[in-house]
Design a protein around this ligand. Structure first.
Ligand code: CAA
Length: 259
């Protein structure tokens, strides 16, 4: 276990869990937290022992957004010239290993955007999602208008972003924002089991699957289909493909990772 100023890093075999840890501020995202998160994600991505990552918060809050006390006195010149709030958000996009957001409590503003920047979201039944920036006289600045709209469609995204209302876990699952909702007491085990399952598969196929799904968010269908097919073809060059299919035929469990 590694305690940094604002996050805790733990590893369980091939799975790393990052816990956001500013409890007094409901895990509000400041520069220190975003820097620690960015650097930790980069080092986990480069670490061959790690195959999947879980990001979580506390039972009360995944993260309540960008730190309003820091933003309150910010002026346009500083926000623009220092590229405020893009700090380390682009880093998350570059991580090639799967990242699961395990969300309990509030995921608001930048907190909701952080969950959206992960590859999938598992929510506790007490989770509350929202983009309340409009109440502060601003708009989402870390991808909310784009990723939330892609995740739940225009009508619901407009509703959330224009009214600033919160969405509970059941509505979030129905809307397609989260993959699974579980009782709060089961959140950690569910997310960690999901990560362990992914970590047990072939590294190359997992990375390629993530890459291909992400292409669907950004490119045309024909570009995406071509990208998928090329990836699909190239996986026949891996030992994991030979092992996975041989194991199926021989009715035994596969042993991936012999590449
Ligand atoms: N920034 C800084 N501090 C925050 C915070 C934030 N985003 N959210 C909560 N806190 C702090 C509170 O100031 C409070 O600290 P003090 O005890 O020192 O006053 C502490 O966390 C506990 O918060 P509350 O007393 O308000 O707790 P609550 O249970 O009554 O309410 C809440 C919880 C509904 C989440 C409420 O805290 C809240 O509305 N927070 C702000 C949410 C928000 O507006 N987020 C968007 C920020 S803008 C953004 O994120 C821009 C972007 O796109 C990146």
């Amino acid at each position: 276990m590694e305690h940094l100023a604002t996050i805790v890093l733990e590893t369980f075999g091939a799975v790393a869990r990052i816990t956001l840890n500013r409890p007094q501020q409901l895990n509000a995202l400041n520069d220190v937290l975003m820097d620690e998160l960015g650097a930790t994600l980069k080092s986990l991505d480069a670490d061959d022992r790690i195959a999947a990552i879980v990001i979580t918060g506390s039972e009360k809050a995944f993260a309540a957004g960008a730190d309003i006390k820091v933003m309150a006195s910010l002026d346009f010149e500083t926000a623009y010239t220092h590229n405020f709030i893009t700090r380390n958000w682009d880093t998350i996009r570059t991580i090639r290993k799967p990242i699961i957001a395990a969300v309990a409590g509030f995921a608001l503003g930048g907190g909701c955007e952080l969950a959206l920047a992960c590859d999938t979201i598992v929510a506790a039944d007490n989770a509350q999602f929202g983009q309340p920036e409009i109440k502060l006289g601003i708009i989402p600045g870390a991808g909310g208008t784009q990723r939330l709209t892609r995740a739940i469609g225009k009508a619901k995204a407009m509703d959330m972003i224009l009214t600033g209302r919160m969405m509970n876990a059941v509505e979030a699952e129905q809307a397609g924002l989260v993959a699974r909702v579980v009782p709060l007491a089961e959140l950690n085990d569910t997310a960690m089991n999901m990560a362990q399952t992914i970590a047990g598969y072939g590294r190359v196929s997992v990375m390629m699957a993530k890459e291909a799904v992400n292409v669907a968010q950004e490119q045309s269908l024909s570009d995406g289909l071509l990208f998928e097919r090329r990836g699909f073809h190239s996986l026949f060059a891996t030992k994991d493909q030979k092992e996975g299919m041989a194991a199926f035929i021989e009715k035994r469990a596969p042993s991936f990772g012999q590449n």
